[in-house]
Design a protein. Structure first.
Lengths: 290, 373
């Protein structure tokens, strides 16, 4: 009914375990052999390789113009040729995204706690949060450029922060609030105050929701940073590089930069995964499927 | 009560007449123009580089005053914008004619856009790098360690060429938006500006210290023509495949004839031309469009070989700077086939009794109003 399978009969002790301070490791401790790793990752690698080959083959066969769709070989060539430039620009953009991500997450978590603690705050906050979520990035970027100055990194970070705020706030609030009433009763029955309840019940319950929202937010923050860069500011960043290359018909270069953006996005996502794993080793999603 | 008998017939005839005249004014291919002897009218599209403004007065005049019609052309003028790249529009068949700067077009050609220059309308470059007079920035070397703004998209080549040529170090290149706000807010030390547009936008802004408009003396200007890295700008380009199709060279000559006629008309009918531009929905107002037309005509006229006919020496100079200083063009052989003069020369011949050189053109004094109104 609650959709949490760690509360199903037979698993009940696992859900309750964090609240009582007992941690039961759920992952089996089989060693990760090379063969098992291969079995897990092979389908993905094969699919990826197939897509690349299909892309290269089709563009060669149909003699597609480079400015419509470059061949993967052209993109890789450009990627290698412009290696230092695209990575330098990429890390600068990543910094803007990460800074905005941190600001947005901190604001989201803070308001989330307040929303749980005070009902009035929650009711007042929600419309504002929804309004912020509806603001298009392309409208925010020139405004923040004006407020902070286009050469100030805060202008780009703010755009990322606004974009990150809503998903994290909404999901964290939900995670903190939608706790099984049974557990809340349990807390009340042992005379635990709101802080204890928060620490032992709400926060562990919210962690999966929180990390899920962080995964979404990581990609959003990078996208927001790149788009915000389109509107002006230092030109040694990914967004400016992409549009300038594209407008001069240098599409392999633009795609190489997009490739860097994707790789950085993946790295950011993996970082979140690692943090999640460290914070919630007990969680259902880390159990290995047989 | 429904109309009966002859009343109904009258209404039907009136409706039919309305529909027929509407169709007639449509001027679609196969239609005939009023009072003309055109067998067919050709539909073509012209892609501008920017929003409607005096920079394109000649084309708007040619359309509104019927010069294109006289050439049996129905020209749709497509306004440009921030993300509209005329070379791309041409390469993908979105227009028959497009306006673009030579270096941008050369780089696009390297990227696969097969386009040809059929008329070099502007003979001089209008690009400036503008700073405040008290900034001490007077030559390219003074950009060292400064924030130097530019618009990207290929508009920056004259600037980056100057930076390379003079070995200026530690320049922080900053992407500007298309206003002068970044300079007015001291966000950057130098801003890219066209003498006919953004430069005037500064002079149309109020200086908070004096309460009056900014004056030319408040600004220090670096002119790329003087620096030596200026390159040719507005030219009419066509898709190479299109121009090689049967009948399209003729269309091109007719298009150029009417377009040149439009520009020449502005030499003696300045105010009328400004009105035409304003009527076509320019963003900035009267005084700004007057300033702009004044400066634009100075970039076109005097025209060494007649308006639109490429001066080979100027082409060579632009190509020299481009291949030396633009990264994408280094080591590239640029053949003279990239431009042609035959079509423009034919157009000039069609206008032999008009002032195609504009030798006598002199700029007038324009008084700017706040906000360009």
């Amino acid at each position: 009914m609650t959709g949490r399978d760690d509360l199903e009969p037979g698993n009940r002790q696992i859900g309750a375990a964090p609240a009582l301070g007992v941690e039961i490791p759920l992952t089996s401790s089989r060693p990760a052999t090379a063969r098992r790793l291969a079995a897990v990752y092979t389908p993905a690698v094969v699919a990826f390789a197939a897509v690349i080959l299909l892309w290269e083959g089709t563009t060669r066969l149909l003699d597609v113009e480079t400015f419509l769709l470059p061949k993967p070989s052209e993109i890789i060539t450009s990627f290698v040729d412009t290696w230092s430039t695209v990575w330098e620009f990429g890390f600068r953009t990543l910094w803007e995204a990460f800074g905005g991500f941190v600001i947005g997450v901190v604001a989201a978590v803070a308001t989330s706690f307040a929303a749980v603690r005070w009902v009035r705050f929650r009711e007042g906050m929600l419309p504002i949060a929804i309004a912020m979520n509806s603001m298009p990035i392309v409208a925010l970027a020139p405004i923040f450029n004006n407020w902070f100055g286009s050469t100030n990194v805060l202008a780009k970070m703010s755009v990322a922060a606004v974009v990150v705020y809503f998903p994290v706030m909404i999901n964290t609030t939900r995670g903190l609030l939608e706790v099984d009433p049974g557990e809340l009763e349990l807390m009340r029955s042992v005379a635990a105050g709101p802080t204890e309840t928060m620490r032992r019940v709400r926060i562990p319950h919210a962690l999966p929701f929180f990390f899920a929202s962080l995964k979404v937010a990581s990609a959003l923050s990078l996208i927001a940073a790149i788009i915000a860069e389109y509107f002006g500011g230092p030109q040694n960043v990914l967004g400016q590089y992409i549009i300038n290359r594209a407008n001069l018909f240098q599409f392999p270069d633009a795609w190489a930069a997009i490739l860097v953006a994707s790789l950085l996005g993946i790295a950011f996502y993996v970082l979140i995964l690692v943090m999640e794993r460290l914070a919630m080793p007990w969680h259902v999603s880390f159990r290995e499927t047989e | 009560m429904k109309p009966t008998g002859w009343r109904r017939a009258l209404i039907m005839v009136a409706a039919l007449a309305l529909v027929l005249t509407a169709c007639g004014d449509d001027g679609g291919s196969g239609g005939t123009v009023e009072g003309g002897e055109c067998e067919t009218i050709d539909d073509v599209r012209l892609q501008l580089q920017w929003f409607a403004q005096s920079q394109f007065a000649g084309y708007y005049v040619a359309k509104d005053l019927g010069f294109y019609e006289d050439q049996c052309l129905n020209v749709e003028i497509l306004e440009g914008g921030v993300d509209i790249v005329p070379q791309q529009v041409l390469a993908t068949g979105g227009a028959e004619f497009g306006l673009a700067w030579v270096p941008k077009a050369l780089v696009s050609r390297e990227g696969g856009a097969d386009i040809v220059n059929i008329a070099q309308v502007f003979e001089r470059s209008g690009t400036l790098e503008v700073s405040w007079a008290d900034s001490g920035i007077e030559t390219p070397e003074d950009w060292a360690g400064k924030k130097v703004g530019n618009w990207g998209f290929g508009n920056e080549f004259e600037l980056t060429a100057a930076i390379n040529r003079f070995g200026v170090e530690n320049v922080e290149l900053v992407g500007q938006d298309f206003t002068m706000n970044d300079l007015l807010n001291d966000e950057i030390d130098a801003a890219e500006a066209m003498i006919y547009n953004e430069y005037a936008q500064v002079l149309e802004a109020v200086n908070p210290e004096t309460g009056e408009l900014y004056q030319p003396e408040d600004l220090a200007v670096i002119d790329f023509n003087e620096v030596g890295t200026a390159m040719l700008q507005d030219a009419v380009w066509v898709n190479a495949d299109w121009i090689n199709e049967e009948g399209n060279e003729d269309i091109a000559v007719r298009f150029l004839t009417a377009s040149f006629q439009g520009w020449i008309h502005c030499l003696d009918n300045f105010d009328e031309c400004v009105s035409v531009v304003l009527d076509n929905g320019s963003t900035l107002g009267q005084s700004h469009q007057e300033w702009q037309l004044n400066e634009i005509l100075a970039l076109i006229f005097p025209a060494s070989n007649g308006i639109g006919v490429m001066n080979g020496d100027l082409w060579d100079q632009s190509v020299d700077v481009a291949t030396a200083e633009i990264q994408e063009l280094q080591g590239v052989e640029i053949s003279d086939d990239v431009y042609r003069t035959d079509l423009a020369e034919e157009a000039i011949d069609n206008l032999s009794d008009l002032d195609t050189d504009g030798d006598g053109y002199e700029r007038r004094d324009i008084e700017l109003q706040e906000g360009g109104n």
